[in-house]
Design a protein around this ligand. Structure first.
Ligand code: SF4
Length: 168
């Protein structure tokens, strides 16, 4: 099913990743400032609120699958977990000639969209070239914002070094 059918309006937003990039940067600044205070006041309630709001806001906009380790800004503000193969590095070798998915032929390839949208971004456009570590399923259904603020999403499995820039 086309994402625009699932979430009316979200396709327009995703096709304007520069706006989403600004929203991402602003949210990050605000959260970095207020999270320590909110955590001191009530850690459990803060966590519940963050999960609740991520499910709604990111669920609507990105069809977020709550993987708990968000890399949207590195993937053209296109959620990689919408790829039927859940690839964190893509595309696979099966992209059709029309740029659609080999598993769901009527769906545009998430990674083709990610690349095209990344080229419309400002500060983060180069991050599409980063080699992402495997997704940590233990973080599923948690708050990716909290995992980012706590540095949990930066922990890589044994044998992996943190995200590597392929342009080096
Ligand atoms: S990368 Fe993970 S946290 Fe980010 S939108 Fe996709 S499923 Fe949600």
């Amino acid at each position: 099913m086309k994402e625009s059918k699932r979430s009316p309006g979200s396709e327009w937003l995703k096709n304007h990743p520069r706006l989403l990039e600004l929203a991402y940067d602003s949210s990050k600044v605000l959260l970095k400032r207020f999270y320590p205070l909110l955590k001191r006041v009530n850690q459990r309630a803060t966590e519940r609120f963050m999960i609740w709001s991520e499910k709604r806001v990111k669920g609507y906009t990105f069809n977020c699958q709550m993987c708990g380790q968000c890399i949207l800004h590195s993937t053209g503000m296109t959620c990689p977990m919408n790829c039927p193969k859940n690839l964190r590095n893509g595309p696979c070798g099966g992209v059709r000639a029309n740029g659609h998915c080999e598993v769901i032929p009527e769906m545009p390839c998430v990674w083709v969209q990610a690349f095209e949208r990344s080229q419309m971004m400002g500060a983060y456009s180069h991050e599409i070239k980063l080699l992402q570590p495997p997704v940590n399923r233990q973080l599923q259904d948690g708050s990716s914002w909290i995992n980012m603020l706590e540095g949990v999403d930066q922990q890589t499995p044994p044998g992996w070094t943190p995200v590597k820039d392929l342009t080096d």
